[in-house]
Design a protein around this ligand. Structure first.
Ligand code: HEC
Length: 186
């Protein structure tokens, strides 16, 4: 089939004629577009304004670093709010369970103190015995003194639960208390 656009090249192979058919418009446009793209791409990346792969990697890594730096544990509620939540018997039950499985070996089943200090008296080495203070100690621990850090082992809510449980046992006067350690808090 031929139309008026076709140009007879004059080549004839045993009766088969060769026509010079123009390429379809859509194909030509795509082809020119790739040439323009390649030109702009080369300028962009070779002139230095485009990022190299290495630079892209550095950007991605620094983004990860910022996320890591800002993604600490969720900010704590105020002490008043924590005290309010600490009235929840379910929270205290979770805290008691955590305490018996993770803390009692060092602080005693009744929090009376063993290797670690008595947690029911008025004497505190770290902080003043508020839930906020206890949470801070439990999160980071005091590794050089044998108190392990619990951040990453206990979930944030579990740290709050066990801290609320300890706070609820203040003044519970368990038998065989360990001698007071730290400063007295009135
Ligand atoms: C391997 C023993 C060990 C375990 C297990 C342990 N602790 Fe301790 N803890 C200690 C020691 C020792 C200290 C005292 C650190 C010091 O002298 O500064 C301490 C201190 C503390 C304090 C601060 C007391 C104060 O007077 O300021 C709190 C609160 C506490 N632990 C809570 C916990 C909780 C909650 C757990 C369980 C999730 C736990 N500990 C598990 C050994 C332990």
């Amino acid at each position: 089939m031929s139309n008026e656009m076709d140009r007879d090249t004059g080549h004839d192979y045993d009766g088969i004629k060769e026509y010079d058919n123009p390429l379809p418009g859509w194909w030509l446009m795509t082809f020119y577009a790739t040439i323009i793209f390649a030109f702009l791409y080369t300028i962009h990346y070779e002139s230095g304004s485009g990022n190299t792969l290495k630079k892209d990697l550095e950007i991605a890594l620094s983004q990860i670093e910022t996320i890591k730096a800002t993604a600490g544990p969720a900010p704590l509620d105020s002490e008043d709010k924590l005290l309010e939540k600490a009235k929840d018997p379910q929270l205290l039950a979770v805290g008691a369970e955590q305490f018996q499985s993770k803390c009692a070996s060092c602080h005693g089943v009744e929090l009376q103190g063993l290797i670690g200090p008595n947690l029911t008296d008025k004497f505190w080495i770290h902080g003043k015995g508020s839930i906020t203070d206890i949470v801070a100690t439990v999160r980071t621990g005091i590794p050089e003194k044998g108190m392990p850090p619990w951040e990453g082992i206990l979930k944030n809510e579990e740290v709050i639960a066990v801290s609320s449980f300890i706070h609820s046992k203040l003044g519970s006067n368990p038998p065989n208390p360990k001698e007071p350690q730290g400063a007295k808090v009135e």
